[in-house]
Design a protein. Structure first.
Lengths: 100, 175
């Protein structure tokens, strides 16, 4: 029997990887992928607690997280396409249109 | 047996997560992310969440990741540009601090909680999909509808953002 803490540890490592990816990478698409890693880590946590605490709620919330991740990916990639069409590169350093 | 599969799925998913963040070519990052998603789906199977594992494979791998790869294909990114953020050591410090805080919280947690009303034996009687369906369309119906409206908004937003600007749009903006 695998203990709950093992699942939580895996989830924490994955979430950490995602946070580091969001912070240090420059390519906006990779940043979005790192966000997906973080959402997956949260999902793993929810499902693990749902299993070990005998509750269905965690799996329902994980389903909603997957749906929201789909919306986030669609809108994020649309923004990337708009930015790229304006001949700005996809590096997050050079996207500063809204800065003043 | 379960311990062996847990070790395999968790090790490969951690490795794939690290590769997703570390690889230079965005397409390779996408493939590493695919490996990560499939192995997290395997972990879901180990946790008796078959429905969620299948949804993860169909929606995440089949739809979201293909969308990423599609955009990568459309954009023709240059891979030779500098990979890391220009001041990434500055960001690495708070990331490491935050992770240490997360670790400290985890080590202190008793992982306790109130037991719910769906023990494993009761779920396995009719299957996981049945249990998820009953719960979702009774207690979580409002949230389900809200997610539907949210997805509609996301679809409309994505279409409006990615639409090619027509001549009429540019005219009205200049006027």
């Amino acid at each position: 029997m695998v203990p709950l803490s093992a699942y939580v540890a895996v989830s924490a490592v994955l979430f950490t990887t995602g946070v580091i990816g969001v912070l240090i990478r420059r390519n906006f698409i990779i940043v979005l992928m790192a966000v997906e890693i973080m959402l997956n880590a949260a999902n793993l946590n929810l499902v693990a607690f749902s299993h070990y605490l005998d509750s269905m709620a965690g799996q329902i919330v994980a389903l909603f997280v997957i749906a929201v991740a789909g919306g986030e990916a669609a809108v994020g990639l649309a923004i990337i396409i708009v930015v790229f069409r304006g001949k700005i590169s996809t590096n997050v350093d050079e996207m500063n249109l809204l800065k003043w | 047996m379960v311990a062996f599969f847990f070790a395999y799925f968790s090790l490969v998913s951690i490795l794939a997560g690290a590769l997703t963040v570390a690889l230079r070519n965005p397409v390779h990052c996408g493939i590493a992310l695919l490996t990560l998603l499939l192995h997290v789906a395997g972990l879901f199977f180990l946790l008796n969440a078959e429905f969620l594992a299948i949804v993860q494979i169909i929606v995440y791998v089949g739809a979201i990741l293909v969308l990423y790869l599609f955009v990568l294909m459309l954009l023709n990114l240059k891979t030779d540009e500098r990979v890391l953020h220009s001041r990434y050591p500055l960001f690495l410090v708070p990331a490491v601090l935050g992770c240490a805080y997360l670790l400290a919280l985890m080590l202190r947690s008793p992982f306790g909680g109130v037991k719910g009303d769906a023990p494993v034996a009761a779920v396995l009687q009719h299957g996981d999909t049945y249990a998820v369906g009953i719960k979702m369309f009774s207690d979580y119906l409002l949230q389900f509808e809200i997610v539907g409206v949210f997805l509609l908004g996301a679809i409309i937003g994505a279409i409006v953002l990615a639409k090619t600007p027509t001549a009429a749009d540019t005219d009205s903006r200049e006027a």
